[in-house]
Design a protein around this ligand. Structure first.
Ligand SMILES: *Cc1c(COP(=O)(O)O)cnc(C)c1O
Length: 364
């Protein structure tokens, strides 16, 4: 039996992809599978998404290599561009698309194309529309596009891509609209396709649905905006993080639980000791009272999360025996709610499960 398992529901993933297609019916989907498909397993998820995805997007060369090694042959775009000029060899060999986002990178690309005539790198031009991460600014776009067009070796069409930074937050609507206006002005100079919307753009702003959209978090059934869960958008959670009960203990009033004795029983009760800890990816910062689903009901954590174990108060009546399965997040405990309790976003939690967590894929 696995002590900690991440069950990945590929049927839920397909359901979510169908929902996304319904939200952006006129766009093609570049499925974002960076960071091991947000912790869900990039190869398995990419395969399950196959009928919906035009291609895939990753952040790092190694992530792209993993897809190619698994025999995935659809377009793969590296969102982050290339960290080192030396990476371009691999980009060409693996038949990846890159995003060019600076004049320095353009120089690297040119040098590569001169040294490898006909290598035919596929290039997306990335533009900065107000996040200051990567991309050409508005006053650079004409020169950048001129340079992109001016040398051989690129396979056309060259597309234009930008990233929205405020589309998840209603209060930031005005800034979002500024970003959209900036993209629309720059897109006049684009060659090829446009690609703009992330998950929140797909949900909230149909006017960001260009030829391509790049959903990430909603594919995995998770809300991109705070205060909501995936279910609010008809999505189903893909990951269930589970562990097992190691032991059940009776406590008397005054008994203190865990490191630092940070929780003390104020009544006779029982606790279950669970076999997951922060070294599995369940955050140590989870406060007393965090929800865990156990034997048909929601119970709450007590004491600090340990490296390999944690505690829940199960009261006097709940039937619990060692070996019972507990859900740390999943269909009964939305990961959005867990994240909110420690002031982070669900993106950070699902990318946390560590090497010793066993992944189990439930067939689509
Ligand atoms: C991560 C990422 C996405 C996907 O974002 P979500 O909020 O998960 O939909 C899209 N585009 C870029 C450039 C990204 O880095």
């Amino acid at each position: 039996m696995e002590t900690v398992a991440a069950d990945i529901d590929l049927a839920a993933l397909k359901h979510n992809m169908a929902v996304i297609r319904g939200m952006a019916p006129d766009s093609r989907i570049i499925a974002v599978v960076k960071a091991n498909a947000y912790g869900h397993g990039s190869v398995e998820c990419a395969r399950a998404m196959d009928e919906f995805a035009y291609g895939y997007a990753v952040a790092r060369l190694e992530e792209a290599r993993e897809l190619r090694n698994a025999g995935i042959s659809k377009p793969v775009v590296m969102l982050g561009g290339c960290a080192a000029a030396g990476d371009l060899d691999d980009v060409a060999k693996l038949d990846l698309s890159v995003t060019v986002h600076s004049f320095e990178m353009l120089e690297e690309l040119k040098a590569f194309c001169r040294a490898n005539p006909g290598s035919g790198l596929r290039v997306w031009c990335q533009v900065n529309i107000g996040m200051q991460r990567l991309g050409f600014n508005e006053d650079e776009i004409v020169r950048a596009m001129d340079e992109i067009r001016s040398f051989p070796g690129f396979v056309h069409p060259v597309g234009m891509m930008a990233h929205l930074s405020c589309s998840d937050e209603a209060a930031l609507r005005e800034y979002h609209l500024k970003q959209l206006a900036s993209f629309n002005r720059m897109s006049v100079f684009a060659e090829g396709a446009l690609c703009l919307a992330n998950s929140a753009g797909i949900i909230y702003y149909p006017d960001t649905h260009t030829e391509f959209v790049r959903p990430g978090i909603i594919q995995y059934g998770i809300s991109p905006s705070s205060g909501k869960t995936g279910a609010d958008f008809g999505l189903r959670p893909v990951m269930t993080l589970r562990t097992v009960v190691y032991a059940v203990r009776e406590l008397r009033p005054g008994d203190a639980v865990g490191y630092g004795a940070s929780w003390v029983a104020d009544r006779p009760t029982r606790i279950a000791v669970l076999g997951a800890g922060y070294a599995d990816g369940y955050p140590r910062s989870m406060p007393n009272g965090s929800p865990v689903y156990l034997n048909g009901t929601v119970v709450h954590t007590v004491g600090h999360v340990c490296m390999d174990m944690m505690f829940v108060d199960i009261g006097a009546d709940l039937r619990v025996v060692p070996g019972d399965s507990a859900e740390l997040w999943g269909p009964h405990i939305p990961v959005e709610k867990v994240a909110e309790l420690i002031g982070t976003i669900p993106y950070e939690l699902v990318t946390r499960p560590t090497k010793r967590v066993r992944y189990r894929y439930l067939p689509a």
